[in-house]
Design a protein around this ligand. Structure first.
Ligand code: HPA
Length: 256
């Protein structure tokens, strides 16, 4: 099954599917948001609204472990995530899509592992699934590479923080991409993200950041985003041919 974890603005993809069924999944970490399962291109697809219905959970309060665990439990093997981001580079403009190839994690308070009672160190050298990224890149007009910086939020960044992120090699900044990518790898699920650039980041933007500009851009681009995901789903292979499915191999510390 293919999972979509949607941020703001892509609930429309569900309406393109057939035989929609809705469920809430129980997990050891709490309940998932409502998940819609449907058929698209004759494939099983599960859509999860990351912030839960009505956008009630802000980024730092999302139950990332429940979300990813629920996807695994219903049989999801690959996840396409969408994330709104601010751009750190003038050439990556509001309205652009970017498929990140790496991330910098500046979150502070999030539960970012499933392994609290045994020692597991997964390899995350290449954190996003190579094949799923290639698929997204082939499905629409996107910026093909970039480093996603994840902050704790919910505030936007200071000018000094943005300057630091740029120096460290960041391309875009958002609040929701981590720990999702890490947790998916820990459960051997392929994961890639389409970042939707909703604004220039603080200090790169000439004006004060408002949530209205973020939502206005997202609203304007949502048809393109839905189309990109729709096409990407048509290209997913029946069998995975990437190392993601073996992520736990060699990652566990044996008990002594
Ligand atoms: N910063 C952090 N998160 C964001 C931004 C931003 O500028 N835009 C959309 N999500």
């Amino acid at each position: 099954m293919i999972g979509i974890i949607g941020g703001t603005g892509i609930y429309e993809i569900v309406e393109m599917g057939d035989g929609i069924e809705t469920s809430v999944i129980e997990t050891p970490y709490g309940e998932s948001p409502e998940i819609n399962v449907f058929k698209l291109h004759n494939k099983d697809v599960a859509f999860m609204p990351r912030h839960a219905k009505g956008h009630v959970n802000p980024p730092h309060m999302i139950n990332y472990r429940a979300n990813i665990y629920a996807m695994k439990k219903i049989g999801v093997e690959m996840i396409i995530a969408t994330n709104a981001v601010g751009s750190l580079e003038l050439d990556i403009k509001p309205g652009d899509f970017m498929v990140p190839h790496d991330f910098l994690d500046f979150t502070k308070l999030r539960q970012s592992t499933f392994y609290d009672t045994k020692t597991v160190h997964i390899d995350i050298t290449e954190p996003y699934c190579h094949n799923l990224r290639d698929n997204l890149i082939s499905s629409g007009e996107v910026v093909e590479n970039g480093v996603y910086v994840c902050t704790e939020g919910p505030r936007f960044e200071t000018a000094a923080e943005i300057s630091m992120f740029k120096k460290l090699g960041g391309s875009v900044v958002g609040m929701t991409g981590i720990p999702e990518a890490i947790l998916a790898r820990e459960l051997e699920i392929c994961y890639a993200s389409i970042c939707m650039v909703s604004n220039y980041a603080a200090s790169i933007s000439p004006t004060k950041l408002t949530i209205k500009e973020v939502f206005d851009i997202v609203e304007g681009k949502k048809e393109d985003l839905v189309r990109l995901i729709y096409d990407a789903i048509s290209r997913t292979p029946a069998e995975r041919e990437c190392p993601c499915k073996y992520a736990l191999l060699g990652a566990e510390v044996d008990e002594v």
